[in-house]
Design a protein around this ligand. Sequence first.
Ligand code: FAD
Length: 606
Amino acid sequence: MTPQDSIFLLASRFAERGDWTLEQQFILQMGSSYLLAHGIGTPLAGDAVTTFDVREEGDYTLLVRTKNWIRPWSDGPAPGIFQVVIDGRADAETFGSGPDDRWYWQKGGKHHLTAGEHRIALHDLTGFDGRCDALILTRTEEVPDDSLETYRAIREALLGVEPVEDLGPFDLVVVGGGIAGECAAVSAARLGAKVALLQDRYVLGGNNSSEVRVGLGGRINLPPYGALGYMLNEIGPEYGGNARGAHRYEDARKMRVVEAEPNVTLLLGCCVVGAEMDGDRIVAVEAVDAATQRRIRVTGRLFSDCTGDASLAVMAGAETMSGRESRSAFGESLAPEVADDLHMGGSIEWYCEDHNVPSTFPDTVDWGLFLDETTVEPVHRANWYWEVGMRYDPISEAEKMRDYGMYVAYSTFSYCKNRYSAKEDWECTELVWVSHVIGKRESRRIVGDHVLTQGDILKRVPYEDGSASLSWNIDQHLPKPKNSKDFPGHEWLSDGHLTPVTPYAIPYRCFYSKDVRNLFMAGRDISVTHIALGSTRVMRTCGMIGEVVGMAASLCTKHGVWPRDIYTTRLEELKALMRKGAGRTDVQYNQFYTLIDNTAKQIESI
Ligand SMILES: Cc1cc2nc3c(=O)[nH]c(=O)nc-3n(C[C@H](O)[C@H](O)[C@H](O)COP(=O)(O)OP(=O)(O)OC[C@H]3O[C@@H](n4cnc5c(N)ncnc54)[C@H](O)[C@@H]3O)c2cc1C
């Protein structure tokens, strides 16, 4: 295919998206952002529409890059289907109905197109998450193979090589705008560093944003550095709880705190896809704009991986850990005898509301999860223990993990509404919100100069570089045994196993890579074992870790040194900053909820 005989259209660049949702969570896996028909079972009213120019009149074959997302669990009819309408006439093919769950080129019909402008639309048929990344109109008979390499090559051949916009240099480049990344950026900026904060979504807060809706947990303002945590209080919402109304997560508050910092350049919708190295140092990151898919290059002296997934560290060649370490690897009695790939899963949060008028929901019996009276979980809201993908690869199978979370949500609600023995109780219940963003607990952890272990935490081993304090019980999630029996390999419910802790100061050496000289990390991807992550992963702790990383980055900037040097030669200066804190103390204190871990109770509302 060449630009002379073929036209390439990216769905994310359509002039109008209508009611389709821009989806950019899986750029690293499938190579693009795409449009998603997330209508929660109601076909989208608004089509995504754009125009395109045809240079030469002729018969053009339509090819659509799409995916049948239910295939891993069902051979039934594809629920996520849509039409492509060209100049008002729908192609005869229904898209999204492929034989497996790969992203693939589905062939449509031939369209006679005259030279000049034409209109093309994506018309959703079901509201069940049909998806479209790209379309080709070609006068050739070629259908590209489905590999990512071929996709990238064809896209470049037909769209050309995009120019790269250069930004920087910055003192610190923070990748990932969850709670940890936001605190790292603001802390460094307040202490004089020039910071870029790249966040692949359009809101800040990661799992605590209104997109994922997980409440903050853990304690702040703990000894030995009681001033750490006021920054979290600035950005943290007033209310806790999972899967509640969007307003309770206060996206605007998180945005205001960053926007008030003149030293922070906030780059929203920018997904980091590559690292440029000079020996053992990162010199720049390359990012893709989710909407336009144009590229930017951001240079800096220091970097912080706050992606949760350790994505930047892997791009830079740093060592990471994943899965469960063996009991003997770090002398942890809570660890399994033999190492394995099991990890804590992700969650798709959802909830329904009771109204005073009856409503309907499609019966998913032909394609949904097989449920009966003994396996259904008839609740009105997902909570933390609705946990999927504990046996899926949390990086390469992230989209499958997200899709399974939605699959379980739709199947459960549909069962309660249409087939449950007590379905009359559900007559006026409506499924009002299902997140399409997977909240993850665990994927990869970056190896630092110290790896925090169960022994450190439970024996409270004192280290001179002890910094932010953890406080959450060691909270291990395992598949719920009955759910494992009912859905082997594809569990969707978990149990929490708690080991009590006393607040403990995490060594600073867990916050920088042992391999990449200028790489910090903050959040759930710090240097800890799987067991220790059971405590460190909660967001108030992640926020304080970010605050410390920002302080260390400011010292590296001031003295022209690297993260490790702060431990070896400048620890007293870091301690002085930690004693002061980088947060404001004149903001009303509101962090009173979910201070301790009560998840093992599997309560539905906290
Ligand atoms: C259902 C559920 C319940 C939980 N319960 C609690 C609880 O009660 N209390 C609690 O405190 N914690 C809880 N957790 C754990 C907690 O939410 C996570 O451990 C925490 O969010 C980790 O914070 P983080 O900043 O490291 O990562 P995240 O919150 O995941 O933020 C990382 C951010 O980086 C962005 N990003 C990722 N890759 C890139 C890239 N390549 N380029 C640019 N940006 C990128 C992501 O979009 C994201 O916004 C729960 C988690 C789940 C899923």
